[in-house]
Write a protein that binds this ligand. Structure first.
Ligand SMILES: [Zn+2]
Length: 294
């Protein structure tokens, strides 16, 4: 029927194809093989078992499969080049070659897009490092920042760079405006840890400060007190924090503690005091009843 033929799927526009290919990472949804190892075709779910002509301009209704998997599945084939072929039709070899070339070009464009995005993130961080430390970084330093950007958001990494450089760089007295080499290495190494801790702090509020308080305690006790242990110290601090003891008070306790036992005693004391205050707040003294006058 002539009218039916006119309603069959039209060409899938290039940009739309590109969108779908990107969404499925230029790989076959079934066997996961990627261009250039396979040639991909676009498929769309047939609505109520019929061919979905109207969905060809709807990129979200399509997905990609390699020629092998796609034709086997018997789904609706809406065309991987700019034409449409009914499911199961073996396309002529020149068309396949054409598709392969087009897909390689699209893949190339996609990789360039990815690289451009990634580089602008990493370049921005390198500029920040340079601003703060007067160091140009290449090779491993650059790779390290790129790895961090994969794991954390750029905002998180930026924040960590600022903290690390601001806190650990030591001016080089022999070179005005410069910084000591070792302090730079030290600062750079801290970036990953700060990223990790900042993220952990969001799930465990105050954690960063607790680590800091533990550092104070460790500096004071580790060498002289054999009872001191990093993990018990942290869990004791956490327990006090959870009981409501303020972080500033915990810092004060760490600064004053003479030894591990003294530290534990002061913590317990603080927890007790705090619990007592809380109880008093929860159940304020009942006002005395007025004597009933006859
Ligand atoms: Zn496949």
């Amino acid at each position: 029927m002539a009218s039916k033929r006119r309603s069959s799927p039209g060409p899938v526009p290039k940009e739309k194809q590109f969108e779908v290919f990107k969404r499925f990472l230029f790989s076959c949804r079934t066997c996961k093989k990627q261009v250039p190892d396979v040639v991909l075709i676009l498929l769309a779910r047939a609505a109520s078992g019929r061919r979905v002509a109207d969905e060809t301009d709807e990129a979200t209704a399509m997905w990609t499969e390699c020629v092998g998997c796609g034709l086997k599945a018997g789904e609706m084939f809406v065309g991987g080049d700019s034409r449409c072929y009914p499911s199961g039709v073996r396309r002529p070899i020149p068309a396949m070659l054409h598709m392969r070339i087009e897909q390689l070009e699209m893949m190339d464009r996609w990789l360039n897009e990815l690289l451009a995005n990634e580089d602008s993130d990493v370049n921005g961080l390198l500029e920040l490092v340079f601003e703060m430390s007067r160091r140009q970084m290449y090779g491993p330093g650059r790779d390290e920042l790129r790895k961090l950007c994969d794991k954390y958001s750029v905002v998180e990494v930026r924040y960590a760079v600022e903290i690390a450089m601001g806190k650990y760089l030591v001016p080089d007295t022999s070179c005005p405006g410069g910084f000591d080499d070792n302090s730079f290495d030290d600062a750079f190494e801290k970036i990953a840890g700060i990223c990790h801790l900042t993220r952990a702090d969001r799930h465990d509020p105050g954690l960063k400060k607790l680590y800091w308080i533990r550092t104070i305690l460790r500096d004071r006790l580790q060498a002289t007190d054999e009872d001191y242990q990093d993990d018990t110290a942290l869990s004791a601090l956490r327990r006090a924090r959870d009981a409501g003891v303020g972080l500033d008070q915990l810092e004060l306790i760490a600064q004053k503690a003479r030894d591990w036992t003294d530290f534990r005693d002061r913590l317990d004391q603080a927890i007790q005091t705090h619990t007592a205050i809380l109880r008093a707040e929860e159940s304020p003294e009942q006002p005395k009843e007025e004597p009933v006058t006859a």
